[in-house]
Every structure is written in C-alpha cells, then in structure tokens.
Design a protein. Sequence first.
Length: 364
Amino acid sequence: MFWDSPEINKTILIIPNYTFPKDLGKDSFVDVIYQHIKQIEGVQWILPVPKGKGVGKLNLPNVTQVQCNISGDKIKMRSMFPEDVIKLIKKNDYDCVYSHLPDWDVGRYTNKPIIGYSHWWEMKECNGTSWLNYTLNLSHELINILQFDVCYLNTHHQKRLVLDNAKEVFNDTIVSKLDSILKVMNLSVNKENIVEKPAEEFDKVVVFNHRTQKYKGWDRFLTYIEKYREHRTDFKVWVPLLDKPVEHSWIDSSKYDKEQYLQLLSKCGVGVQPKQTHAGWSVSATDCMMRGLPMLFEEQDCYYEIDSNANTYKGYKQFEEKMDRLLDDVEYRMECGIKGIEASHKLTQNDSIKKLQKSLVVPN
C-alpha cells in the first residue's frame, strides 16, 4: 500500500470513539477505523470493544479485540475512562497510541507517541451548552491534545472554529501550539461502495440518515419537512436512526444491515444534510453520495470540503425549491447524483491515509 517497506512492523493501540455503541455494525467510527486498518499494512492493532460485543468486520488476523467495560451510552462513554482500558494503556506493549477520544487523558498513563483523531468538538455554538460547561469541556479536551504529537480533525472549517474557541480559553502561546498539533485530514470513503451511476428509477423518499439529535440538525430538518408536507404530500421520509417516537405516518424508521442500507440509498430520491453545530464531516452524507443519491446540504463551509460542488440551501424557500427540482426533474437529479459520485471518487484519492501512516509509523 503506502509503506516504503513491507517489513515495517508496528503495534498500535486504538482508543475508540464509538458513536453507536448499541449496534457496532452501524457505528460510523467502526467504518472509519476499518478503512484505516484495511489500507495500512504492516501493523498489528489492539482495539478495546464493549463487553459482550465485538466488531464482526474487524475479525481480522492483525486486529486483537479486547473486551473492556466501555459504556453502551455514547455520552457516558466519553466521560467515563474505564479502568480496564487504562490497564491496557499501562501495559505499554505497543509502539504508538491512536486515540479517537481526546476526552480520555491517555497521556497520563503512557510516554509512547500519541496520534489523535477528533471527530467531535465542544463548541459554544452547541445548543443547550452553558458557557461554563462549554469552557470546562473544551479546555479538558484541548489540554489532553497538548500531549499529542499530532491530532487530526476533519475539515479546515472545523480547525478554524476550534482555534477561535480556544482563544477564549487559552493564551496566545498555547493557541499557537495547538495550531501546530491540529492537522486537517478529510475522511476517505470505501471505493468498493461507489456505484457507477445514479439509479434511473427511484422512489420519492427523502433520507435523513443522521442521528436524530439537535446538534445534527434534526429539529430544524423536522420543522422544514413538516412545512414541505403542507406544500406537497407525494413523498415519504426515511430516518433509519430514529430513536424517538414521531406522530407522522409518512416517516419510516425501518432499520437494515449495512449492505441493505447502502442498496436502499441508491433507490431513494434525495438525502438532506442540515447544518451541524459541531461543524465537521458527515459520513452519512458520503454514504449517500457514493450511492448516487443527490445530497442537499444546508449552507455551511465544511460541506464544500466534502463536495466542492455541494448543492446547498439557505432558508426554507431555497429548501422547497431545490427539493421540488430534485424530486421532479429526473435529468437534474441524475446530474446531481453524478457529481456526488465524482466527489466520492476524489475522496478515495485524497492523501489522508498517507498522512496517517506517516504519523503512526514515524511520529514527530
């Protein structure tokens, strides 16, 4: 793959950030780490997993899954540093730590190089977060990152937000150090999942394939789509991660395994990606793009780093106009789907894995 020599042999301890611990088969972190493990050769990986669970797709010869007392609740998982994971870190039977959860103070327990990847950042823009909680949470995460050799994040937009928020907490010297540690690494996609062209026949189904939480834009999407139903009713909405009751019969929450989910995306009408308060990447959006499903993004800088030709809306009027065209104009829908496929191919050709393997094999 990208190794200068296939003889390189490293052992790397992964600190996980499970986003859907109740069902690891649908977990976006698992998809991310699977791509890294698959594309980087010459490494033996150690992966803590929740007790009683395992990751089937990671049952690989070079992956050791270790059962640990990791909470099945995503929020509790971030705040509770399990004792058995600490013991794993203290064993020091690895060459490097690859941490996806800067909330955990890994640097306290090892002097080995730490390479980070943070998918989530506490921002004052997060709805419902008090100034005190925001300050404490962001400070805690960034103080831990100061112990890292490198910490990757998803977009340049996200890095700007992090540094702007850090300036309200730290002095210029610390902010400058954080600037040197934080590096941008767009997530790549699995090229095996990219279709050749969009489906010519499709159902008028609007897809919201994100978690149904406020920071993911669920409340705003629901407000818009309810208003859109007043405009027209010849469509349904599919929300595969719906975890709360809704009154509308036109919202479908059917759940499928990963393969079925990807196949069904190809047959839908349009995917919607609202603005996110944490302003990072969207694996859900790239899932749609890979399958030729046109995406409609709410205006936000980070989405142009996923697709430089992103089809965006600002306000309900634009949302309605573009939804109508994507559901009714077959030629336009096909054109948008092709652009999404082309953007997906570009994401398979980015240098993210090269950056990562260089950091993991030859830490600064």
